[in-house]
Design a protein around this ligand. Structure first.
Ligand SMILES: Cc1cc2nc3c(=O)[nH]c(=O)nc-3n(C[C@H](O)[C@H](O)[C@H](O)COP(=O)(O)O)c2cc1C
Length: 408
């Protein structure tokens, strides 16, 4: 068994079931905790937004890590059990008593609309919430600066980055438990937002990619009950991996729990390899429940064993060598591939003369003669014909060539 523990935050594994209908109210938190994630974030109270769910094209695709989009604006709105700080704290207390001790319980503070009102009242209110949540037994508090939400408020009368810094610093001084700062990547400079939270003393930062989207089929009248749906998407993963890697490259060392598009253990592994010690599970926890979360935890564990990654620390950031590679190394790798593209000739046995290679060539570097493709002297080795070939007549092991070109 690989050691999945995140020791700094006393967590059994890197999985955080994020604030969502899967963590709204005591029963949902306790149900989610049965998957034995590292932490569950009890959803911030007082807005109740988020109905049922719609995964396009299908849940099965989501679980297989294929491209999907998730919307939470469909169906009946999820009931919010808490209408006050007092009832939320009572809920925290109950959940703590009913959950396995090993699962950390994070409390989510405030709502982005609080900030839009301006003035100092919401800041005092967030501080009061943090203190009461700590008293009620929360293992950590989370500040809600993510999207769709805070970065998308219309009336931005404040300096967003200063607000992150001020609020983080203020809450840090109000409680002893760790302060997690959940951040957007939309409508802001994510690196600056992360730096502001780090400067404010955040114990962990959670850059999160979720977008508002307008989703519809060609048969648009039958598409969705409401307009403007679509938040989660597997397309978020590369974006958030870039955000995390960029932060690490720029010297941010604070533990991260990045989120967005993690619907499979493979996606979780990639997020950790990009440099985030922990990962959020949002849409997948909502749409598929604790069993799917458990499968993701076990999947990562099994793969780490097989690949002999002893613990999270040995996996975390191991892809950064790719992200950070010196320019000369990158040039060598891409040149090696270009050379192979140029030298490799079409396999006559496999070529069916369809001409798709010539269609995709912009240099007259390949032509079809007597029903068979043949390279010309003008080939520059750009590789378009290789991607266009449907029969495998033009194919090479690009991974091997790139890997052999340099040591990184
Ligand atoms: C239905 C739904 C409702 C959500 N509501 C909240 C919320 O109230 N507060 C919050 O901080 N994040 C909320 N989120 C965002 C999640 O906490 C998490 O950051 C995000 O879902 C991660 O991206 P993923 O869905 O692609 O996994 C919600 C997510 C979903 C799926």
């Amino acid at each position: 068994m690989a050691d999945l523990k995140i020791k700094r935050l006393n967590m059994e594994n890197p999985f955080v079931i994020a604030s969502s209908p899967a963590t709204q109210g005591v029963a949902a938190v306790v149900k989610s905790a049965k998957a034995l994630p590292g932490a569950v974030v009890m959803r911030n109270f007082g807005h109740g937004a988020g109905g049922g769910s719609y995964v396009y094209p299908s849940l099965q695709d989501m679980l297989e890590g294929k491209t999907v989009l998730q919307s939470h604006a469909e169906g009946t709105q999820t009931k919010d059990d808490f209408d006050s700080l007092e009832s939320y704290c009572e809920g925290l207390h109950q959940a703590r008593n009913q959950m396995p001790d090993s699962v950390r319980l994070w409390a989510s503070i405030g709502h982005f609309l609080d900030t839009e009102a301006g003035g100092l009242d919401w800041e005092r209110e967030w501080r009061r919430q943090a203190q009461e949540m700590e008293r009620a037994g929360a293992d950590a508090v989370e500040l809600h600066f993510n999207t769709p939400g805070i970065a998308a408020v219309r009336n931005r009368v404040y300096d967003f980055y200063r607000m992150i810094y001020n609020t983080t610093r203020d809450i840090k001084s109000a409680v002893k438990i760790p302060v997690m700062v959940k951040l957007p990547v939309e409508a802001c400079d994510p690196l600056r937002a992360m730096e502001a939270a780090v400067l404010g003393g955040a114990d962990s930062i959670g850059p999160t990619a979720r977008w508002r989207g307008f989703v519809f089929d060609l048969d648009w009248k039958r598409t969705l009950p409401r307009p403007g749906s679509g938040y989660g998407t597997s397309g978020a993963l590369p974006v958030i991996c870039f955000t995390v890697a960029e932060a690490r490259k720029n010297g941010i060392k604070t533990p991260m729990y990045a989120g967005g598009g993690i619907y499979s253990w493979e996606a979780a592994a990639k997020m950790i390899m990009a440099g985030s010690e922990m990962v959020q599970l949002g849409s997948v926890a909502c749409c598929a429940g604790p069993k799917a979360v458990q499968d993701i935890i076990h999947g990562l564990d099994a793969w780490m064993n097989q690949k002999e990654y002893a613990d999270i620390a040995s996996l975390q950031g191991c892809a950064l060598k790719l992200f950070d590679m010196p320019k000369e190394t990158a040039v060598k790798r891409t040149k090696a591939l270009g050379k192979a593209y140029m030298l490799e000739k079409p396999d006559k046995e496999k070529c069916n003369g369809c001409g798709k290679c010539a269609e995709a060539c912009w240099y007259e570097g390949i032509e079809v003669k007597e029903g068979i493709a043949a390279k010309t002297k003008k080939c520059i080795g750009c590789g378009y014909c290789f991607s266009a070939c449907p029969t495998g007549a033009l194919s090479l092991d690009a991974g091997q060539i790139i890997g052999d070109a340099t040591e990184i």
